[in-house]
Design a protein around this ligand. Structure first.
Ligand code: HH2
Length: 290
């Protein structure tokens, strides 16, 4: 990692670490480069369309952008590494040339894809398998010094919503993430580069999702690292509001974000950056964290 890049990562991890006590959560805009994502699939058929969305999210206040070359919606199948690279690299090259572009993370479980993204200037890896899919991921994060998000998921995207089952969802998710965080640290990943994510919608019923959100502050305390939370437009919001189209869940998302950002979330992964920004500014101000 270059000197400039490692400074960016250090500054980012400092800012993210400060969030729960001061300031609203940081906003990570979702930029999926897939034909089949549950909400924005097919919206970015070429790098120019991706750049337009990136510029829009940047203007709306995104602190980070998360580029996704693989859908992980319920029932989805893994995308081969070559295909992920073909979707990702042209967009990364293009965004690298945009003046003032915010730092970029890549949503992949494959180390070869993550390495190529880091080589093109990405600052972090969002690994929804928490290092279980590819043993090379922790090594790469340790060597590069990048940010690393570790997420909880029961099962795999292909099967996860078939029959999610827990005795105590909060305790089990917390124990899983604690184990994955210590495995990452044991592999040499710097403690201040790690984030944990309860994985809303990944092998969870409505009640599981609500229980996890209700106990975000406890997870933050038990895990000792910043939390990333992704509720944006997800199915449980559709269940609660009766809105079947993910694009109609922007207000429902804002409600969940206002809760998350005042209850321990450091980074919010969102499709609608402008709505997320306003919801979090207001909720954080009421909570006394302007
Ligand atoms: N959710 C999605 C994808 N990646 N990563 C983290 N860390 N946390 C999340 O909650 C999360 C995630 C699913 O959302 P999206 O990317 O919009 O859909 P798809 O997986 O269909 O591309």
């Amino acid at each position: 990692m270059s000197f400039a890049l490692s400074n960016t990562v250090a500054e980012l991890s400092r800012r993210i670490g400060e969030v729960p006590s001061s300031g609203p959560a940081m906003l990570m805009g979702v930029l999926n480069l897939t034909p089949d994502s549950f909400s924005d699939g097919g919206l970015h058929p070429d790098p120019a369309a991706a750049e337009a969305s990136a510029r829009k999210m940047l203007a709306e206040g995104a602190d980070l952008l998360d580029l996704g070359p693989e859908s992980t919606r319920p029932g989805s199948q893994p995308v081969p590494e070559e295909e992920q690279l073909a979707r990702l690299l042209p967009v990364l090259r293009r965004l690298g040339a945009v003046p003032g572009m915010c730092p970029i993370t890549v949503d992949t479980t494959r180390a070869v894809v993550a390495r190529a993204a880091l080589d093109l200037g990405a600052v972090g890896i969002n690994d929804i398998s928490a290092g279980r899919d590819d043993p090379g991921m922790f090594r790469l994060a340790a060597e590069s010094g990048c940010l690393l998000v570790l997420m909880h998921m029961q099962g795999t995207p292909a099967t996860m919503q078939a029959k999610p089952s827990y005795t105590d969802v909060v305790a089990e998710v917390s124990a899983f993430l604690a184990e994955r965080l210590s495995a990452a640290r044991a592999a040499g990943v710097r403690a201040d580069r790690l984030l944990a994510d309860p994985g809303i919608g990944f092998g969870k019923t409505l009640e599981h999702n609500l229980d996890l959100l209700r106990h975000l502050a406890r997870l933050r305390l038990e895990l000792g690292v910043p939390l990333l939370v992704g509720t944006s437009r997800k199915g449980f919001l559709g269940t609660l509001t009766g809105r079947s189209n993910p694009a109609d869940r922007v207000f429902a998302t804002a409600g969940s974000l206002a809760w998350a950002c005042t209850n321990g979330a450091g980074v919010l992964r969102v499709h609608d950056v402008a709505a997320a920004r306003d919801a979090c500014l207001v909720a954080s101000a009421i909570a006394g964290r302007p």
